[in-house]
Design a protein around this ligand. Sequence first.
Ligand SMILES: *Cc1c(COP(=O)(O)O)cnc(C)c1O
Length: 485
Amino acid sequence: MKAFSGTTGLILNEPLLWERGLKGRCAFSFPEDDVDSSPLDPELASGGPDFPDLSEVDVVRHYTRLSQWNFGVDTGMYPLGSCTMKYNPKINEKMAGLKGLAGAHPLLAGYLSQGALKMMFELEGLLTEITGMDAATLQPAAGAHGELTGMLVIHAYHQSRGSVRTKIIVPDTAHGTNPASAALCGYQPVSVASSEQGILSPEAIAAVMDEDTAGIMVTNPNTLGLFEENIRQIAGIVHEKGGQVYCDGANMNAVMGIVSMGAMGVDVLHLNLHKTFSTPHGCGGPGSGPVCVREHLARFLPVPRVIEKNGVYALSEDCPESIGKLHAFYGNFGVMVKAYSYIRTMGADGLKKASQFAVLNANYIKERLKGVFHLPYDRPCMHECVFSDKIQSAGKITTLDMAKRLMDYGFHPPTIYFPLVVHGALMIEPTETESMENIDLFIEALKSIAREAEENPELLRQAPHKPKVTRLDEVAAARKPQLAG
Ligand SMILES: *Cc1c(COP(=O)(O)O)cnc(C)c1O
């Protein structure tokens, strides 16, 4: 039998520190006093807060055990589609932790920050080169923040031409942040359905694009993991009516070094450094969502801009048409260091290879699981593939049941029920760093689950069985969380 890395063996229960404490326990020892004690704070002398008394080993074990209840990409395969939970080389963390970089104060004078400014300047250059764009800002703190920045840039562009536009086209496969960012900027999102092939058709865009429409927000590759093949034609239709093309580049992991967004007709693009460029992602950040633009939009980018003159780097606020500032100082600097380190260590060939492997791995999974699970769009995918529970739902087994069961096999479940256009979606993104052995184990686990769905459906309905916490009442878990171990 195959050995899966599922949750078995020693998993210890863990009470709260308050339940573990015992009066008189202490985590440190001091030499005996040789002076009279005198309390500094009369409040503390009268008892102070109710902290438990604990020994050092109590504290260390408590936090170590809690950390073992966690699951991350450093623990095992984490195939969340649309999130790119890829393994990030530790060298990049090390670079971001270098004293001179981690300790640099954002208010240091320019002449004392030349290295940091130069790195930012070069990172902007590298990102524009990778995407085929002309200028970039590193300021936004996340993808959605980048979208807002991009929308504001497009708004400023139309305003500068005296053009008032109220709508923006957003495909039905878009990440939820897309219409939200457009709406926050005052635009009314106009939803467009994707075709039978899971991509946008030029006809559908031509039918809605008019001179009241500021442009289109398109994700390429899209959230079905499919490449928008008609993008150039679509960009042409949008440009012809004076609109701008925004590309959500959160899925850049599939196309680094392969596709030029500029050549595709994209005017504005955001990247997620915390998906594609080596910052671990989740738990609210910090992240970074740089925005790259074509030349005609560079003057609207946020301030301060990093500029270079005769080998000297500086932050400039001298950009009268800028949309202004979107983040304190100039963004999340540590994330930029990791991206810079990643790009420089990978090099152009390495980045391209990473994308090629990401695409190869996803297609391998798609081909091997096709038929075991229903594949709504049976065509080559990019870095992720989307199945549905259509086959298993005949036996009243849902995507949720199968995703929960996967935990018993030691895998983090993939993204489920997204994108919304696929009913019961199961969206898998293996990323480029998983070995074939790991991917084969994952495939076998899913095949075994599909067999169980037929032979022993009850097992799935109650899954997971092995983790510390088994099937949750998800509504109660959200409404009445019980945080005690
Ligand atoms: C993750 C993601 C976003 C949002 O990025 P955040 O950094 O989470 O704000 C937007 N679009 C797509 C396609 C994404 O995958």
